[in-house]
Ligand binder design. Structure first.
Ligand code: ADP
Ligand code: MG
Ligand code: ZN
Length: 640
């Protein structure tokens, strides 16, 4: 199995990279930086002086009664005082004994009662007492008191700086304080890089990327010729088809550093952050050029402007996108930085992205065909001990439509089953179990009442029988009434060969088959249960496709009345009259199919009963047994 993309060094790092030269040893930094140290010192000093001042209150200078103070003034022993409101601090000319206490004092504090109607000011002037504007007692320690006065503000500033620093780190650039973050070290993966040998089943795509590999290998040759490389390549295809893998393989094949970031990781709530990250990412890539920059999920920022508000708001998305476009426009072609992007929604991308000089090459990545699936299975079983009986081509044949990621998962499931069964090798049986689990869902231990089991048996038999009766329908592979996943039973039909286009008859057959469960319950028990919910969803989407997208209704005509993009509101896509027709036609098709399903089940009631009975006895019927019980011969069997 291929080595995974290295994890990011810190969550704040906007991208991952591999294959880049080892980073210069990072400068040892104080845990919180020098700023943090200074702040810490200030904080400690503040705290200390605050505590000290608290303890000093009423410490050195005694609080004396006002009458004592009054007496000292009258006797002319007070040299100076400082008053704030009714609190008075002062100093004596010569020390006096503390009244009622022990020892003497020269400095003191006292409180003048509000009702004291003495002529204090006149008395003070008479006695030549200096009345100062500064605290007499604590006059010597002015700094701490100042600091204490400003403490709340300083604390606020400290908090602000702290937050700014955190944000600065998250932004990876000059933060709010304009402090430039140190150059970000890049990851180096030890071990093997991903190459084309790890990719299979998408040879045509690989071919399209060959000249990129060549360019990355010999950029000088291209430079000498004055040839310009395509600005960027957009890989478009369903999830799991290997787009990310392919991008890594291109870089690995060329042996150049690979920088990878997901577009959604650029976006933060703060406008401008994304653009900054993009700038940094490209700067980093240029430093080690030739290099490759890969931007995954570009549709999260590259959607047509105005369609569906994404995360982080429009401004941020647009700024980030613009920055990417600017970086790409700035390529002179000699820098040797190639940009690859991936999306599974190429249809919603802003046309500005695919203009010449930008992502002007769009490469479609599709799920693999049968041979491709076999090759992918081969790649993913390279490091798994396989028993002699394993037939990968058979697995490949029974997995049409599965993507590379699903196949990789299948192999892994099989290995897990083998471990659980304490086997030393993975045999065909483990692969079958894994396939069953992947295709049908995990078995659920659920004890069903007899009545419910019977109904489920008829429901599944209805699906299966109609599937067998429709000419050209996908053959029934397995029927089971063992509850799996959300379903009480499953009927699995897969095509013999990969299908790429579908006829109207085939689609009608699919609808009839999907309605078969409901129709069987109706015909046999005369009731309808909730068990048909997902069947009806499938029926609806098939009917909608036939009418509104594939031009299979005369009345609606050959136009796509409902676009593929679910984000576009329904009502806006066509005239109300057209949508009415769509609705009407969908109903007509489904009603016709339901009629047909019921009729066929009534006509073949004996077969339906036989299938249901066999299911109740065996719980699960494989393809051959199912056809035998129903007394139907498979028309085309394994003719691929
Ligand atoms: P995407 O980016 O298209 O969603 P990924 O590249 O992430 O798909 O594929 C996920 C995993 O599936 C890969 O790491 C790989 O193990 C497997 N895989 C997908 N496609 C292929 C392929 N064509 N050949 C080999 N392995 C594949
Ligand atoms: Mg991907
Ligand atoms: Zn069903």
């Amino acid at each position: 199995m291929s080595n995974p993309v290295p994890p990011r060094r810190a969550p704040g790092d906007p991208w991952r990279s591999e294959g880049a030269p080892p980073p210069p040893p990072p400068r040892r930094r104080m845990p919180g930086g020098w700023w943090g140290l200074v702040l810490m010192a200030v904080a400690v000093y503040l705290l200390a002086s605050l505590v000290a001042s608290l303890f000093r209150t009423g410490g050195k200078e005694p609080t004396i009664p006002y009458t004592e103070f009054s007496r000292q003034v009258t006797s002319g022993n007070v040299s100076k005082i400082y008053a704030k409101d009714d609190a008075i601090e002062g100093q004596l000319k010569k020390q006096a004994p503390v009244p009622g206490g022990k020892g003497d004092y020269t400095t003191f504090r006292t409180q003048r009662p509000a009702f004291a109607e003495d002529a204090l000011w006149a008395e003070l002037t008479r006695q030549n007492v200096t009345v100062t504007a500064e605290p007499v007692v604590r006059g010597t320690s002015l700094l701490p008191s100042l600091l204490i006065a400003f403490a709340p503000m300083l604390l606020l500033i400290a908090v602000w700086v702290f937050i700014a620093r955190r944000m600065g780190a998250a932004m990876g650039g000059g933060g709010v304080l304009g402090r430039k973050a140190p150059p970000r070290p890049v990851e180096v993966t030890e071990g093997k890089r991903t190459t084309f040998a790890d990719v299979a089943g998408i040879d045509e795509v690989q071919g399209e990327l060959d000249d990129i590999v060549d360019f990355l290998k010999h950029p000088e040759a291209y430079r000498k010729m004055g040839a310009r490389m395509p600005g960027g390549v957009l890989l478009s295809g369903p999830p799991g088809t290997g787009k990310t893998l392919l991008a890594r393989a291109v870089a690995g094949e060329a042996g150049v550093p690979f920088f990878s970031a997901s577009a959604s990781e650029f976006i933060e709530m703060i406008v401008g952050v994304g653009a900054g990250r993009v700038r940094e990412l490209f700067a980093e890539a240029r430093k080690v050029a030739p290099a490759m920059v890969f931007i995954d999920e570009i549709d999260t920022i590259g959607r047509v402007r105005g369609a569906g508000a994404g995360m982080g708001g429009h401004d941020e998305r647009e700024q980030t996108l613009n920055q990417i476009l600017t970086e790409m426009d700035g390529f002179t072609g000699s820098e040797g930085v190639v940009v690859l992007a991936a999306t599974n929604r190429a249809d919603v991308l802003d046309p500005a992205l695919t203009r010449p000089g930008r992502f002007d090459r769009v490469v479609q990545v599709s799920p693999p065909d049968r041979a491709g699936r076999e090759a992918i299975l081969r790649i993913h079983t390279r490091e798994i001990p396989l028993a002699g009986d394993v037939d990968l081509s058979r697995i490949a044949r029974s997995t049409p439509g599965m993507t590379g990621a699903e196949l990789a998962n299948l192999v892994n499931e099989a290995a897990l089953v083998a471990v659980k069964r304490e086997r030393s090798e993975v045999t065909q049986s483990e692969l079958s179990s894994a396939l069953e689990k992947v295709q049908l869902g995990t078995e659920r231990p659920l004890v069903m009442p007899q009545e419910e089991r019977r109904r489920t048996a008829y429901h599944e038999s209805g699906h299966a029988l109609l599937g067998m009766l429709q000419p050209g329908a996908d053959p029934v592979r397995k029927i089971t009434i063992v509850p799996r996943g959300r379903a009480l039973g499953v009927t699995l039909s897969t095509p013999d060969a990969d299908r790429y286009a579908f006829t109207e008859d085939y689609l009608r057959g699919r609808i009839i088959g999907a309605l078969g469960g409901m129709a069987a319950e109706h015909v046999v028990f005369g009731v309808i249960t909730t068990g048909a919910e997902s069947d009806l969803e499938q029926v609806t989407s098939l009917a909608r496709g036939m009418v509104a997208r594939w031009g299979m209704s005369e009345r609606v005509g050959r136009l796509s009345a409902i676009p593929n993009d679910v984000q576009v509101a329904y009502g806006l896509s066509a005239a109300p009259a057209t949508l009415d027709s769509v609705d009407h036609e969908m109903r007509r098709i489904v009603d016709e199919c339901y009629e047909s399903a019921q009729r066929q089940l009534r006509d073949n009631r004996d077969r339906l009963d036989a299938l249901a009975q066999a299911l109740l006895e065996n719980e699960t019927l494989e393809e051959d047994a199912a056809y035998r019980v129903a007394g139907i011969t498979r028309l085309s069997k394994d003719d691929v």
